[in-house]
Ligand binder design. Structure first.
Ligand SMILES: CSC[C@H]1O[C@H](OP(=O)(O)O)[C@H](O)[C@@H]1O
Ligand SMILES: Nc1ncnc2[nH]cnc12
Length: 290
């Protein structure tokens, strides 16, 4: 298998630069239309794909991003590694606007999204105890450091439904009682779906604001976020271009991301719904067709 690094760009990151043979291509998915066409090309001899999560022009809200179609389309294209770069609010004084955080854990508070490829007629339960890939995350950390970006290792990302920002009571709850470090609206169910699709997933959260808990900062405003986003997006692009050199040729994941479905299927083969099994060709073909 050949490595393909896919980047999902969040708010403010609608393209990446420097790809050879770059072209935007439409990818069909049985799970619906992805957020946009996918930019493909190569970088340092490694295949790359880029998908703007909200679409070019920021068309999809966090609740309407077609998460399943996006992950399926990337897997269908041949992606092996998925790196999310996302805007986030910070719950810690030391995670300042402009800083990056390598997310390690999530608390999923989203409720209005399709969260699994599996269901009636083909049930599977994967582990998301460790929802991010340690090896891919380490490469992102190194890539950012090599670019001189201030990046913090490890953090818990609270995924909220949005689109409104949090109330002060929620912000304090997440920060003081739940021990969260950053907050955003999109990494769930994306990370869970990537695990179901046996893709390595890393999330780089780019701090844009202090949410509303901080006594010395005003409540969040999109206009302020956008100002910070522009600088963050430049840094994210630079970080991404270092990944091919750091990751090199494809190897089986030593953390087991690429075998997540090995023991996950529970529906008896004769009871499986053929229509759902057909839709799962890219995501779960490895285990369903053997
Ligand atoms: C524009 S601020 C709120 C918006 O930005 C983040 O998006 P993404 O995670 O795709 O960078 C946040 O999750 C909200 O969707
Ligand atoms: N404070 C915040 N809350 C949720 N999502 C965000 N994205 C950027 N800043 C955010």
């Amino acid at each position: 298998m050949e490595r393909m690094i896919a980047v999902i760009g969040g708010s403010g990151v609608y393209d990446i630069e420097g790809l050879e043979d770059a072209r935007w291509q439409a990818v069909d998915s049985p799970w619906g239309k992805p957020s946009d066409e996918i930019l493909t090309g190569t970088l340092g001899g490694v295949r790359m794909a880029f998908l703007p999560r909200h679409g070019r022009g920021h068309v999809h809200s966090p609740s309407t991003v077609p998460y399943r179609a996006n992950i399926d389309a990337l897997k269908r294209l041949g992606a092996t590694d998925v790196v999310s770069v996302s805007a986030c609010g910070s719950f810690r004084e030391e995670l300042a606007p402009g800083d990056f955080v390598v997310v390690e854990q999530f608390i999923d508070r989203t409720f209005a999204r399709e969260k699994s490829f599996f269901g009636q007629g083909c049930v599977a339960h994967v582990s998301v105890a460790h929802p991010t890939c340690g090896r891919l995350s380490a490469a992102c950390l190194q890539a950012a450091r090599d670019e001189g970006i201030t990046i913090h290792q490890g953090g818990t990302y609270l995924a909220m439904e949005g689109p409104q920002f949090s109330t002060l009571a929620e912000s304090k709850l997440y920060r003081e009682n739940w021990g969260c470090d950053v907050i955003g609206m999109t990494n769930m169910p994306e990370a869970k779906l990537a695990r179901e699709a046996e893709l390595c997933y890393a999330s780089i959260a780019m701090v844009t604001d202090y949410d509303c808990w901080h006594p010395d900062h005003d409540a969040v405003e999109v206009a302020d976020i956008v100002k910070t986003l522009i600088g963050n997006a430049e840094k994210a692009r630079a970080m991404v271009t270092r990944l091919p050199g750091l990751l090199g040729a494809h190897k089986p994941c030593d953390k087991g991301c690429d075998t997540a479905l090995e023991y996950a299927m529970i529906t008896a083969p004769e009871k499986r719904d053929p229509a759902l099994v057909a839709k799962l060709d890219a995501v779960a073909g490895r285990v369903l067709n053997r």
